[in-house]
Design a binder for this molecule. Structure first.
Ligand code: SER
Length: 316
């Protein structure tokens, strides 16, 4: 019987992954935690507790007391926010993953999931169809912390046999929780502003192409990777995942098909430079081969669902 701990269950991924895991493993077997209150369905749909991953003593007690066998550690400071408080973000992102990895080694967790990001790549990486193995010189604090985290995951796998699995997520698009200070979050904000005001001021330039993914595809991929046979996995740092690539002008054109008088304007800020340092598209052939990753949503299909769901959420 698996007992799963989700750290960061109030966040963009956690608030949806927790619900999906509870469907698969049983409500009472998925323990949702965060340092802040999570959405209602997470809190009421199974065990939820406030827990700070930075406090390793509390973490280990929680894991032992609840006989946890798997941990999904999703808490992190995202790229835009991390640039505002670099050392604090580094401390949170690094110490939390090391706490979880070392806990896994110490008490023999069966599996750990930890998310990495396209932010591990940098300005010297080939930008189009970025391969799994390539130059990685990230220029953001967030990217450096994710790259270091990947190295530590692989190290714990090689040295201690810890079954850590990871995905380099593209920008994630979802309607359940608010966007959380990332560079790719313009592609979430645009839907909320389009529904609310029929206009959006974008903090990236119109041609800033980035790889993106709709949350249902991200959740399916995560669960698929975690359920794959361990001996099929050839990557123990983190798997490239491609999703769909588009730029602000392309998503705006798609929104306009549903809201004809929608207007977008551009006022690039410091995040434009971050976007320019990240890939425009990703080669995920290794993930496809190892664990058969695939996606359901393209830009038109995602846009339709996003606009419907955001409208419902905002009562429009
Ligand atoms: N979506 C994240 C960000 O923009 C990258 O993983 O920070």
């Amino acid at each position: 019987m698996e007992k799963i701990l989700v750290i960061g269950s109030a966040g963009q991924i956690g608030s949806e992954l927790t619900i999906a895991l509870r469907k698969n493993y049983g409500e009472e077997n998925v323990f949702a935690t965060d340092i802040k209150q999570a959405p209602k369905d997470v809190v009421e749909g199974g065990p939820f507790q406030i827990l700070d991953v930075m406090n390793e003593k509390n973490l280990i007690h929680f894991v032992i007391r609840n006989k946890i066998t798997q941990v999904y550690h999703l808490a992190a400071v995202l790229s835009g926010n991390a640039e505002k408080l670099p050392l604090q973000a580094w401390d949170i992102n690094m110490r939390s993953v090391l706490n979880v990895l070392d806990l896994g080694r110490e008490i023999g967790l069966k599996k750990i999931f930890w998310p990495s990001s396209i932010a591990v790549f940098g300005p010297t990486t080939p930008r189009v169809n970025t391969p799994q193995l390539t130059v990685m010189e990230p220029s953001t604090v967030y990217g450096i912390s994710k790259q270091a985290g990947e190295r530590w995951c692989e190290y714990y796998f090689n040295k201690y046999g810890l079954d850590v699995r990871s995905i380099r997520y593209p920008g994630l698009i979802s309607y359940k929780t608010e966007a959380g200070g990332g560079t790719t979050d313009y592609a979430v904000e645009i839907f909320f502003d389009a529904v609310k005001n029929k206009k959006y001021e974008c903090f990236l330039k119109e041609d800033a192409s980035l790889p993106m993914m709709f949350m249902p595809d991200a959740i399916d991929s995560t669960i698929k990777l975690m359920e794959a046979d361990a001996d099929k996995l050839t990557i123990r740092s983190s798997y490239n995942l491609g999703g769909i690539s588009f730029n602000p002008a392309e998503i705006a054109a798609e929104v306009k098909k549903h809201i004809p008088d929608f207007q977008i304007t551009y006022k690039p800020d410091f995040r434009q430079k971050i976007a320019e340092s990240w890939p425009a598209s990703i080669d995920d052939s290794v993930a496809r081969k190892d664990w058969d990753c695939k996606y359901e949503y393209d830009l038109p299909k995602m846009t339709k669902v996003m606009l419907e769901e955001v409208s419902k959420k905002l009562n429009k």
